[in-house]
Design a protein around this ligand. Sequence first.
Ligand code: PLP
Length: 397
Amino acid sequence: MSYRAGRHFLQIPGPTNVPDRVLRAVDRAVIDHRGPEFAKLGAAVLEGLKAIFKTSGPVVIYPASGTGAWEAALVNTLSPGDKVLMFETGHFAALWRQLAERLSLTVDFIPGDWRHGVPAVQLEARLAEDKRHEIKAVCCVHNETSTGVTSDIPAVRQAMDAAHHPALLLVDTVSSLASMDYRHDEWGVDVTVAGSQKGLMLPPGLSFNAISGKALTASQSAALPRSYWRWDEMLSPNQSGFFPYTPATNLLYGLREALAILQEEGLENIFARHTAHARATRSAVRAWGLDILCVNPAEYSSSLTAVVMPGGHDADAFRRIVLDRFDMSLGAGLGKLKGSVFRIGHLGSFNDLMLAGTLSGVEMGLALAGVPYCRGGVQAALDSLCNLKTADEVKVA
Ligand code: PLP
């Protein structure tokens, strides 16, 4: 069967479903990236992004995936051999660590069980021991896409302040920005790393660094080799809406439209929607009698839910059945979770009925794969959705 009727369900935790409005916006003639029309586009998206990161400082845009923005955050602020503190919260934290080590940074990697977020108490203790301030940066993944566990960034900031430590705070928001509450300035973050393909509802291909004044100052003396990722060469043409090299023009058209959509819905409503979908998904998982990988309810992700497969059952075989029978992609278990976990993405351009369809596909897939489960997960999710209100309704009530 080569033709599959209806829409594919892309329920991995990013890339996410791209709204038709964004697809239409991308589908336009390329313009001269040194011309006046481009300057207006560049200026609009560079300014518009500030409201999403909640910063008054600059945000730079790279024609790169999130990994590029990880590298940019490090090479612009640090020097060879610098010590950085990272936390083993999951697969993406491990990849960022690998990148840092390849850049000749010395990583103090606090071990974790991939079921919890950054331990703020342990962080404070580690920083308090570092009397000579050898640690130059603390790097956290706000939302671990491999585990569905979030980290409390204000608590991290508080721990750093309590230890009176001057390290920079670098935060990865690749799968949380524009899906979950995030505040670059208020939370005292120095570099925020993000990507286009999740909460921003764009195709993959853009990534971002939001930069604090302290990070900008650090970049002046940072000595790691860098060329493509240089903030200074980016920030100067950005002032008039231009880029130092050929930008991803059509993705910027898409970004302008995505920013308009985010503004129309309103960040608070977007966060409430994600919270509601995450809660409904967890209701389904519990009703099925399956385990949620995230242990601490205070750390549940609103972007995705990672579900533990019952022992003796292969999550990848289950996902294959769901793809073949229902044309739905679910997230694989990554790294050491391969085969033992599957992930349900519920972020980006997504609504109640899409969630109902997604969870129906999961429930039917469990039956077809012979996984032991209890019926009624979808019903539990529907009940959860019916009882929830939007942020606007809550304000009115
Ligand atoms: N950080 C997190 C939390 C991610 O989820 C991802 C990718 O999914 C990355 C970093 C790496 O981004 P990319 O794959 O766009 O390079």
